[in-house]
Design a protein around this ligand. Structure first.
Ligand code: NAP
Length: 548
């Protein structure tokens, strides 16, 4: 059974119609896992990636300080116990170079490198209904044909830089955190500006503050930053991780958000004020996302409890930052904890005690323009050698709508999603047969590789089902897509995130305000996948292409 699809590729009279049974777009965390699963299945498949090496997000985001804020071993692949035993993470939250090394290790360990073409940026992917195949064209004209496309192109892969007048005239260096150069950026003695103070900005700021001549941080919105609490993994912890691999994998493969953190069984006002204070202190000292996943059960939905936690953080900020005016600027004013994706930090607030670091509140003194030598705000011009744009991404749909994807009846995906994405399970949409997009819009529900992995597994199983049943075209029905999309929109309103969050596309001018995560969460993904399988993929239209 293992090789039906490949055999068809090689034996069908229509062999010349396509080069690969499947093309995976993107050699990031999901793309690597997808190609591994397809090759194991015996599918003739390849990966196209725009970059010069593997990593996807972890190739592009190589700015100083870029690191996980999910625990390394919870972010890593879990499909092989041997792989887990071979790779010992150095830190609980690995820095980008370690992650890039890890992904290269996986690619070599499983002999996947020969199946990846680097430096191929896809500019067009068009479905040919007559032969049920996709024609994929790279920026340099190389053309590939495939039965299936799996676009593992990521949700945070298209950097956003705001249209500030004069931006192109700046004569110094200008870098976006999400498109960082592979050659080192020299910071020593330079005058540096960082624009943006969310997850990326707050990572890069403390890492470069020590070596630059001056660092000016342009903050539009203060975020509720709390400590990452990273540390090296001790030998004892390594032993425990190895010994507990199976139970850890079980937890990660079944948990609501793909983390190991124990959830709390207490609501805020089950505790006395003294107990709450002690608990807040414990949370402040806990690792990364446990401040959400292990917090009081009502933290995100009880305003009073949330306010108390925020007041606690305010006290911490004021105790760390010496200058009270700067501390005031760093305290969020317009949102609760958890209403936006909270950044986790190391030595972030402390940096503002350095004499070479200045915080500019762009709500008080807005940026007017970029000049040849610096940035002009309403309070004057500041001159820089380097500007770092930590200004975010066209989240969720950015990559998929820019690749020239055209489905059945000549309909472009960008047009089909003009009012926001419509998907089923966040993996497929009607009108685009044999196109899958693991980790795309309507997908995210916690620790990225965990739910992306769920989707990769589903795509694998769907392809197996189609080919075992003698079909070569699989396309979700419009009714199933509508149901999933309605579910996403309905629960988005009940979730913690405010509509000001980039999860609604709000950060991109002109983008429709539609929820881009899976608001039903991972349990909804699990239950719907189980239902689809139990019903023999009735949510999908399956067909045979003409002539086969
Ligand atoms: P982001 O969350 O979208 O933040 C963009 C920042 O740029 C915000 O502070 C935003 O201010 C600011 N900004 C945008 N336009 C501006 C303008 N015209 N003037 C002044 N400021 C402007 O982007 P990000 O920090 O790159 O993070 C994106 C996501 O990547 C994160 O949420 C996370 O999922 C992921 N990430 C993960 C890690 C990790 O795992 N460790 C690290 C980095 C990033 P406003 O808030 O006012 O819009």
């Amino acid at each position: 059974m293992a090789n039906t699809a490949t055999q068809r590729t090689h034996t069908s009279p229509q062999t010349a119609l396509y080069d690969y049974e499947a093309i995976v777009l993107g050699a990031g965390v999901s793309g690597i896992y997808q190609i591994k699963r397809l090759i194991d299945l015996g599918v003739h498949a390849t990966v196209l990636d725009a970059n010069g090496g593997v990593g996807g997000t972890w190739w592009n985001n190589r700015y100083p300080g870029a690191r996980f804020d999910s625990e390394s071993y919870t972010y890593a692949y879990l499909f092989s116990k041997e792989l887990f035993a071979q790779w010992q993470w150095q830190e609980h939250f690995a820095e980008q170079p370690e992650t890039e090394r890890y992904l290269n290790h996986v690619v070599d360990r499983f002999d996947l490198r020969a199946s990846i073409t680097f430096g191929a940026r896809v500019v067009s992917a068009v479905f040919d209904e007559s032969i049920s195949s996709w024609t994929v064209i790279a920026h340099d004209g190389r053309t590939f044909r495939a039965r299936y496309i799996v676009a593992a192109t990521g949700v945070l892969s298209i950097p956003f830089i705001p249209e500030i007048p004069g931006r192109e005239t700046f004569r110094g260096e200008s870098h976006h955190t999400g498109h960082w150069p592979t050659t080192p950026v020299e910071f020593a003695g330079k005058r540096v500006a960082v624009i943006g103070t969310a997850s990326s900005g707050v990572q890069v700021i403390p890492c470069i503050a020590g070596e630059v001549a001056s660092l000016t941080v342009y903050q539009r919105t203060a975020n509720w930053c709390t400590p990452l609490n990273n540390s090296a993994i001790t030998a004892e912890e390594q032993r425990e991780l190895q010994a507990n691999f199976e139970s850890m994998r079980e937890t990660l493969n079944t948990s609501v958000a793909g983390f190991l953190h124990q959830s709390s069984d207490r609501a805020a006002y089950d505790d006395t004020p003294e107990e709450r204070l002690a608990f807040f202190e414990q949370m402040w000292n806990s690792p990364g996302f446990s401040k959400l996943s292990s917090h009081y059960t009502d933290l995100l939905f009880n305003d009073a409890a949330n306010q108390e936690w925020c007041d606690f953080i305010v006290g911490k900020i004021r105790s760390i930052v010496h200058d009270s005016e700067t501390a005031t600027k760093l305290i969020p004013k317009n949102h609760k904890f958890g209403e936006r994706r909270p950044p986790f930090v190391t030595n972030y607030f402390e940096v503002y005690n350095q004499p070479n670091v200045t915080l500019v509140d762009t709500k008080r003194t807005p940026i007017l323009s970029v000049t040849e030598t610096g940035i002009t705000s309403t309070d004057g011009l500041r001159e820089f050698d380097i500007i770092i744009w930590a200004t975010g991404f066209d989240f969720g749909t950015g990559a998929l709508t820019r690749m020239g994807i055209v489905g059945r009846d000549g309909i472009a995906l960008a047009d089909s999603w003009a009012d926001g994405p419509t998907t089923f399970l966040g993996v497929q949409c009607h009108g685009f047969p044999n196109l899958f997009f693991p980790g795309g819009p309507h997908a995210a529900a916690g620790n990225n590789p965990r739910y992306n992995g769920d989707q990769v597994d589903f795509i694998h199983d769907a392809i197996v089902f189609a080919r075992d049943s003698g079909y070569d075209t699989i396309e979700v029905e419009s009714e199933a897509e509508q149901r999933w999309t309605n579910m996403v929109d309905k629960y988005a309103k009940k979730g913690p995130f405010s509509e000001a969050s980039y999860f609604f596309g709000t950060n991109i001018p002109g983008k429709p305000r539609k929820y881009l995560l899976n608001s039903g969460g991972r349990p909804k993904l699990f239950s719907t996948i189980a239902e689809v399988k139990a019903n023999h993929y009735t949510a999908f239209l399956l067909s045979r292409s003409v002539g086969e």
